[in-house]
Design a protein around this ligand. Structure first.
Ligand code: 5CA
Ligand code: ZN
Length: 402
């Protein structure tokens, strides 16, 4: 059974508690193409899915698409295109990029717009519990409704954020700690009343659109149940996004003590030219650009896997060149192996050792670099053998087609 380092406790924790593993990974905001940072994060959850399947678990994997939000609307405005068309185009490109990198698609890829009834129902639960209040025509979640607020990232957790740090991150990442009329600076927007020129839908909260955290809280619990195994995302989502979503769910499903995720998994940030790769900074390396330039998608994937998913790392030309060279070495080693008939090669001790090491590495917090090193040792060994088993190990567990 694969184990993940849980962001809340800092402990290695089994990734699934039952025969069916339930995973929610926060999905893209579709206003620009998939960059290497996104790809690294989704490749990590792909390793998790593959390791769980290998451990004979059924996997239900859900992702959202934040297909209505400020950055999407701003980009559509800037480019003079319809926000719906922009979102649809970028979602298609995202699917194609993921497929090229052999990242298995989620069972459900759920847009916020299509999930509006689900989000509204979830919001109504919060209202029934007295957790919502109005500021002008907008609706906020009162963090005071949740005694366990901070359980993911607050004092006593591995992140250990205090209130001042939370307020800083909230302001940086889409929150509005300074808005007057709020009961607490950290109260999060649940429903934004219609503004001129913005899309809006009728709801029990009036015409408007949902806030960000309630979107994921509602979609995750609708598709995976009140309690599920893993909530996953990049480390920039620890606070406020995942803290807020978990808090919303705890209140919506009180007094269930197990509401929302059992394990929180967070991927490190990929930087480029010295800064976090981000759509807002514009320092982006797009997957589809690399592919258009003729880069082998398996070299891109191998470049991602050369870094542990939790570490922060920088994308450079050298990182890609090294992965490309490694891919060639592995392919050359396979080509050198005499007579790769399946039954004979499966008995090869060195190939069996590769499989065992890759399994062990992935089950210890998705240690892809350790798995990659096992294949390196095999390929660089004096007489690599067991080609079929090695090829199938790379294919099934690492997603690398050799
Ligand atoms: N739609 C929301 C989540 S509900 C969102 O954060 N979308 S996103 O398009 O901005 O990011 C998608 C995923 O990629 C998130 O898990 C985010 O944490 C991750 N991500 C974004 N930038 C980077 C980066 N530079 N390195 C690693 N992961 C990143
Ligand atoms: Zn999310």
């Amino acid at each position: 059974m694969p184990r993940l380092r849980d962001t809340a406790s800092g402990e290695l924790t089994p990734a699934a508690a039952h025969a069916t593993a339930t995973i929610y990974a926060c999905g893209i905001t579709p206003y620009d193409a998939t960059h290497i940072g996104h790809a690294a994060t989704y490749a990590a959850w792909d390793l998790l899915v593959r390791a769980l399947i290998d451990a004979r678990r059924d996997v239900v994997y859900v992702q959202n698409v934040t297909d209505v939000d400020d950055p999407l609307l701003e980009r559509a405005d800037r480019d003079g295109v319809d926000w719906r068309e922009l979102a649809a185009l970028e979602i298609d490109r995202y699917r194609a990029d993921m497929a090229a990198l052999r990242i298995l698609p989620p069972a459900h890829l759920v847009g916020a717009v299509e999930a509006l009834p689900v989000i509204e129902r979830f919001g109504a639960r919060l209202a029934e519990r007295g957790a919502l209040y109005g500021v002008d025509d907008d609706v906020y979640f009162a963090k005071s409704a949740d005694p366990a607020f901070g359980a993911l990232s607050g004092p006593g957790t591995a992140s250990g954020y205090d209130i001042a740090e939370m307020a800083g991150l909230f302001a940086e990442r889409g929150g509005d700690p300074g808005r007057s009329g709020k009961k607490d600076p950290l109260d999060a927007l649940v429903w934004r009343a219609e503004r001129p020129g913005e899309p809006a839908w009728d709801s029990v909260f009036g015409r408007g659109r949902p806030g960000w955290h309630v979107e994921c809280a509602a979609i995750a619990s609708e598709y995976l149940g009140v309690a599920f195994d893993v909530q996953a995302g990049g480390s920039d989502l620890v606070f406020p996004h995942h803290e807020m979503s978990a808090s919303h769910a705890r209140v919506a499903f009180a007094p269930d003590p197990h509401a929302f995720a059992r394990v929180y998994a967070h991927a490190g940030m990929v930087s480029y030219q010295g800064e976090k790769m981000s759509k807002s900074l514009g320092n982006l390396v797009f997957v589809n650009r690399l592919l258009a330039d003729g880069v082998d998608p398996m070299a891109i994937r191998l470049a991602l896997l050369a870094h542990h998913y939790r570490s922060d790392w920088e994308w450079t030309d050298d990182v890609l060149a090294e992965a490309d060279a490694r891919l060639s070495r592995w392919r050359m080693a396979l080509a050198r192996v005499p007579g790769s008939d399946a039954s004979a090669s499966d008995a090869s001790a060195s190939a069996v050792a590769v499989l065992a090491e890759v399994r062990a590495a992935l089950s210890e917090d998705l240690d892809a670099p350790r798995a990659v090193a096992a294949l390196d040792r095999w390929a660089d060994g004096p007489e690599p053998d067991g080609a079929d088993l090695v090829r199938r190990t790379a294919d099934a567990l690492l997603g690398i087609a050799l």
